[in-house]
Write a protein that binds this ligand. Structure first.
Ligand SMILES: [Zn+2]
Length: 293
């Protein structure tokens, strides 16, 4: 009869009141003194999406919203519960603070303008396969290695302006770092000087470098762009160009600014149908072209 009075009141109900109180206080103290769990790093979000955006769009990146903080299904219970009581479940690991929101990214911007022979300087001369009227200069925003936005100028063929803008908008929103974007005319049309400066450039009326018969490079048509030449050197079978690119011959060790299969840079160009010289043998990691050449 007496036991019936305690039916349904749990294990504590069957213990003398003084013992039950002592065990309850002990469990609470153990819960309060449990060793705190290290916080989970806030920046565990996946890489920024690089999906192609409409050309000319100035919408800021939308990825990277703070992840929802999971709600624990049960309160944390110390695992050192006194014997005789149900042992506590393992303390769930959940962030102690919301994920850090990303720094707002200034809008991507660009402008397109005609280019004159005077502006092309030594990068063009009569006899080149395309003339100034077929070329455009694009001023665009890019993300620098200093994690700041910068403005550069690319000269390309008029037919690839839209694709070029889309690629560089994608790279900017992905915060893919670029060292410098200046026209080849700033280097007197000297491709070696441009590469040594780790400069990203498009049009340059020059022949294909390396062995073989002399023929125009796709750059002479304004339909190829070299990106971060130091991080993405050109191997002509004999030497590494630029020389500083020798530090980047190990393509399995990723460092910022590199072109990698499946990476942001290669994917951005592939999205507009451009080919990557990194697939060639010997490879030209910096080279992307609309024609595949
Ligand atoms: Zn190239």
């Amino acid at each position: 009869m007496r036991r019936d009075r305690f039916r349904g009141q749990g294990q504590l109900g069957r213990l003398p009141r003084r013992v039950a109180c002592a065990l309850t206080v002990g469990a609470l103290l153990a819960a309060c003194s449990a060793t705190p769990r290290p916080p989970i790093p806030a920046d565990t979000r996946s890489a920024t999406s690089v999906s192609a955006s409409p050309v000319g769009s100035s919408a800021p990146a939308t990825s990277g919203a703070p992840a929802a903080v999971p709600t624990p299904s049960a309160p944390a219970i110390a695992s050192s519960a006194p014997s005789g009581l149900p042992s506590g479940r393992a303390t769930p690991r959940y962030p102690t603070a919301p994920a850090r929101p990303p720094t707002p990214l200034a809008a991507f911007g660009y402008s397109v303008a005609p280019v004159t022979s005077a502006q092309l300087g030594a990068s063009w001369h009569p006899g080149c396969p395309v003339g100034p009227a077929q070329l455009r200069q694009i001023r665009l925003v890019y993300w620098g290695f200093d994690n700041q936005p910068h403005t550069g100028t690319l000269v390309v063929h008029a037919s690839v302006v839209a694709a070029t803008v889309q690629v560089f908008a994608t790279l900017y929103r992905a915060r893919f770092p670029i060292r410098s974007i200046r026209p080849a005319s700033d280097f007197g049309g000297d491709d070696d000087a441009s590469m040594a400066a780790d400069n990203t450039s498009g049009f340059n009326c020059r022949y294909v470098s390396g062995p073989g018969p002399r023929r125009w490079s796709v750059h002479a048509y304004g339909q190829a762009i070299d990106v971060n030449p130091v991080e993405n050197p050109y191997l002509d079978g004999v030497s590494v160009r630029p020389a500083a690119g020798a530090a980047y011959l190990d393509r399995s060790r990723y460092r910022p600014g590199m072109a990698l299969r499946g990476g942001v840079l290669v994917a951005a160009f592939a999205a507009v149908g451009w080919a990557w010289g990194g697939n060639w043998s010997p490879p030209d990691y910096q080279h992307f072209s609309a024609t595949g050449g």
